[in-house]
Design a protein around this ligand. Structure first.
Ligand code: CTP
Length: 405
């Protein structure tokens, strides 16, 4: 699944706010991930940042109000507005919010907005109190009712030295919101996908725990790929990695927590992808107090944890949910035999057999060497790929399943 911004025309509006300097980073990042970025600066934006900055970053002309009356004459705004797949204004000032809400056409940016038919995403930036002001809130309400999307503003330090709500969210978050917005009509639109990620942590005492080397990177990459395909994604994760915007994130620690979350979230779901590495054993008891070393090495009694995928298989037999299940198998030897046995035992539609015998792929690194094995016994070995590429390949399979259903 290609990222939904690749090849898309993004019209990036920049208005008069000190956060305009962050728009340069947005233009740069968007261009790097394959979007075609046309920038329109308002007169006050030009006081903060030069059109040349954007032209240098996007390799395309950056537009200012003078272009409204220049070469292309009165149709500049219509051309820009109608060609755009997304109109993103970041930062958007209180002034431009009001102009957009009431349909003003007194500069190139708001005229372009009037001429556009695409989704609109606004990232407000203004000083403390201005966003909460009833006038601004009225503009926000009008725009929201019209289907306009907002990202932020966030709480934080403002240029005035005051702290409050008004800060533009960081460029990566703006881009995440744009990516999400453009993915909504993808082939998994309306599908509910549940993904687990990371190694579980089983407590020994209040400070010590048993965990494993799973970083959660593969699971997080799958979340992004599923969202890019249009799915509504729930991520059940043990890690502190940032989840893509609009992910329903459930943070868990132990296998018991993960089991409870998976069973709850799988109800009515279309696809469960168990990329997490739940512990197979846990300490039988968590010591109430920190174990002291004076008492010598402790004997920790271990008991088996619940096998989540086996519990899911049982539930699926009764309710039919989740419709499809993908598991992972991390193997250091007899990859295909071991993984195929797990696929059968856990009644999976597909297992991603992960070869962890090589130091350059598997746990903690960015590359994986995997083979997809299916319930009909076929195996499809994949080349060594990044975890993002593995995620895309997995989601491509899921897309085929749901398209042929
Ligand atoms: N898994 C699970 N619940 C557990 C342990 C594992 O649902 N308590 C899932 C993992 O998320 C993975 C799949 O089962 O998708 C395979 O996990 P693995 O630990 O390799 O399988 P085991 O059957 O426990 O085999 P092994 O002897 O290799 O540990």
């Amino acid at each position: 699944m290609a990222n939904p911004l690749a090849g898309k025309k993004v019209l990036l509006g920049v208005t008069g706010s000190i956060a305009a300097y962050k728009a340069a980073e947005i233009a740069s990042q968007l261009t790097q991930i394959g979007a075609i970025v046309d920038v329109v600066l308002t007169e006050s934006a030009v006081k903060f940042i030069s059109p040349l900055t954007f032209q240098s970053l996007t390799g395309r002309k950056a537009y200012v109000d003078a272009d409204l009356w220049g070469g292309e004459g009165h149709v500049t705004h219509v051309g820009l507005g109608r060609a755009a797949d997304l109109l993103l204004i970041a930062p958007v000032s209180a002034n431009t919010l009001a102009r957009l809400a009431y349909g003003f056409g007194d500069n190139l940016l708001v005229l372009t907005a009037l001429a556009s038919h695409c989704p609109m995403l606004l990232a407000p930036a203004m000083d403390v109190g201005m966003f909460e002001h009833p006038a601004t809130q009225a503009s926000v309400k009008i725009l929201e009712q019209r289907g306009v999307h907002f990202i932020g503003p966030a709480e934080g330090y403002l240029a005035s030295g005051l702290v409050g709500r008004g800060r533009m969210v960081e460029p990566l978050e703006v881009i995440g919101a744009a990516r999400w917005l453009l993915s909504r009509k993808g082939p998994l639109a309306g599908k509910k996908v549940v993904v687990t990620a990371g190694g579980t942590q089983e407590p020994i005492d209040p400070v010590r725990l048993i965990t494993n080397r799973s970083s959660g990177k593969q699971g997080h990459a799958i979340v992004q790929a599923a969202q890019d395909a249009g799915a509504d994604v729930t991520l059940i994760s043990t890690t502190n990695l940032t989840a893509p915007i609009n992910t329903n994130l459930i943070h868990v620690q132990t296998v018991a927590d993960m089991h409870a979350a998976v069973m709850k979230e799988s109800a009515g779901s279309d696809l469960l992808i168990m990329a997490a590495a739940p512990a197979d054993f846990r300490p039988a008891h968590k010591a109430a107090d920190k174990i002291k070393k004076e008492n010598g090495p402790p004997a920790i009694e271990m008991v088996p944890t619940i096998d989540i995928l086996l519990a899911v298989a049982e539930e699926r037999g009764k309710s039919g949910w989740p419709k499809k299940v993908i598991g992972f198998a991390a193997e250091s030897r007899d990859l295909l035999d071991n993984a195929s046995a797990k696929l059968k035992r856990k009644n999976l539609d597909m297992i991603v057999a992960n070869d962890i015998s090589q130091p350059d792929s598997g746990f903690e690194v960015d590359m994986n060497r995997v083979t997809f094995i299916f319930s009909d016994g076929t195996a499809d070995p994949q080349p060594k790929m990044s975890k993002h590429e593995v995620a895309d390949a997995i989601i491509d399979r899921a897309v085929v399943w749901f398209q042929t259903k």
